[in-house]
Ligand binder design. Structure first.
Ligand code: FAD
Length: 393
């Protein structure tokens, strides 16, 4: 198939993107750079405004497939400035002993990147593009697929209004309203599976001089068999920790009811981390407990007018660190298909997109679940450690 150069395309068709999270903001850049006018609707207020509260997971691991997608719109170098390379993982055992496990060859790394910065930077770049119109405080309530109408709630006026679309991209996350409309169509496959684990975000504070109090260029793991804690470095010297923990049981969120329970538990199982977590008990009770879900669905398109990307089509548990990366890759794969088929052949493009991406997304979902067992348990297995030592030689 001969590729159609993007510059020679008669690409003026207006497109609509629902959701300006990580995937929606990158997708709107890709589509705008191809010459399309892009209308983006986002439920939340503009995250670039002062006082905006960040959502889940403060930092994310950005890996190769994510970088390639960022390079495709020329923003990788900009984001790299605020990423911290993590060349391996550091395993903390119950006595506080450390084991280093490199991720790959010398020079290879995944990057810890701040979610808010990444989202804001992508929004800045999209906003600066003359083809992109961003509308915040616009919640999609429902969609009339036949009439091609969006029903939106305006947060400022609390009024519902209807907007037409010709081509709609659903990047509105795991609980997508766009997918919700597709789910009501005939023979739609959908499943959601929750883990019996939740997650809690906590902080390892920076040193008094803003220095990192554990190895900076590593992803830290405290594997404890039935649960685990991880920590990723931030630019300000702190680390963002995530405790993945059962909802119920003797060692669980349900069992930790008081600050004394939390201090005793952490002191026993994460003894080297506790002195670095001055706000532990306060954060434990103030921060929400997040749930962990795998969502699979098919098809990802409706005729040639609606396409789902990112978590809207494939939400996965975070243990492989690939949810955002896979969503970013959706954007670069869609762009390649547009290069191949031209910007008018949407039926072919949507078909090929879902045929190519669905098996990869399913494999990623399985790997993420498998890696949960590995991270909380197998990484601490002496046989695994020995194998890693041999591989590292
Ligand atoms: P989202 O980020 O959820 O964005 C969806 C956007 O749509 C939001 O802005 C939302 O406000 C908006 N929206 C939702 N509903 C509506 C509506 N009805 N109307 C209008 N707008 C709407 N991935 C990685 O690659 N690496 C990691 O290290 C990693 N760590 C993670 C850690 C945790 C604890 C969790 C929970 C996830 C992690 N992920 C990671 C996964 C990653 O967060 C997601 O895959 C990624 O955020 C998906 O991006 P998205 O744009 O598809 O969805």
């Amino acid at each position: 198939m001969t590729a159609v150069p993007a510059s020679s395309l008669p690409a003026a068709e207006p497109l609509t993107v629902m959701g300006a999270g990580l995937v929606g903001s990158l997708l709107s850049l890709y589509l705008a750079q191809r010459g399309h006018p892009v209308q983006v609707y986002e439920r939340r207020a503009d995250p670039r405004r002062a006082g905006f509260q960040e959502g889940r997971s403060i930092n994310l691991a950005l890996s190769d497939r994510g970088w390639r997608a960022l390079e495709g719109v020329g923003v990788a170098d900009d984001i790299r400035q605020v990423g911290i390379p993590m060349t391996g993982r550091v395993m903390h055992d119950a006595q506080g002993n450390l084991t280093h496990q490199p991720y790959g060859q010398a020079g290879q790394a995944i990057y810890s990147v701040n979610r808010g910065h990444l989202n804001r930077r992508l929004l800045d770049l999209a906003d600066a593009h003359p083809n992109v119109q961003l509308s915040f405080g616009q919640q999609c309530l429902h969609i009339d697929l036949k009439k091609q109408h969006l029903h939106l709630l305006d947060a400022a006026t609390q009024q519902e209004h209807t907007e037409p679309y010709s081509r709609l991209f659903g990047t509105d996350g795991a609980f997508s309203a766009v997918r919700g409309a597709l789910q009501k169509t005939d023979r739609y496959d959908y499943s959601q599976d929750y883990l019996e684990y939740g997650y809690k975000e906590l902080t390892i504070a920076a040193g008094p001089d803003g220095a990192w109090r554990m190895e900076k260029n590593a992803l830290h793991i405290w594997p404890r068999g039935q649960y685990l804690m991880i920590a990723l470095p931030n630019l300000d010297g702190s680390f963002n920790c995530t405790l993945f923990f059962p909802y119920e049981g003797t060692e669980s969120f349900a069992a930790l009811q008081t600050p004394a329970d939390v201090s005793a538990f952490f002191g026993r199982v994460f003894p080297d981390a506790v002195p670095l977590m001055p706000a532990l008990t306060q954060e434990f009770f103030e921060h929400p407990t997040g749930s962990l879900v795998t969502i699979r669905c098919f098809p990802w398109k409706y005729n040639d007018d609606v396409l789902l990307l990112g978590d809207a089509s494939h939400a996965i548990v975070p243990f492989y660190g690939q949810g955002m990366n896979a969503g970013f890759e959706d954007c670069s794969v869609l762009n390649e298909l547009l290069d191949q088929h031209g910007d008018a052949n949407w039926a072919t493009i949507f078909n090929e997109f879902q045929t190519q991406r669905k098996p990869n997304a399913d494999a990623m979902a399985d790997l993420a679940l498998y890696n949960f067992a590995e991270m909380r348990d197998r990484v601490a297995d002496p046989r695994f450690l020995l194998q890693k030592k041999i591989e590292a030689r």
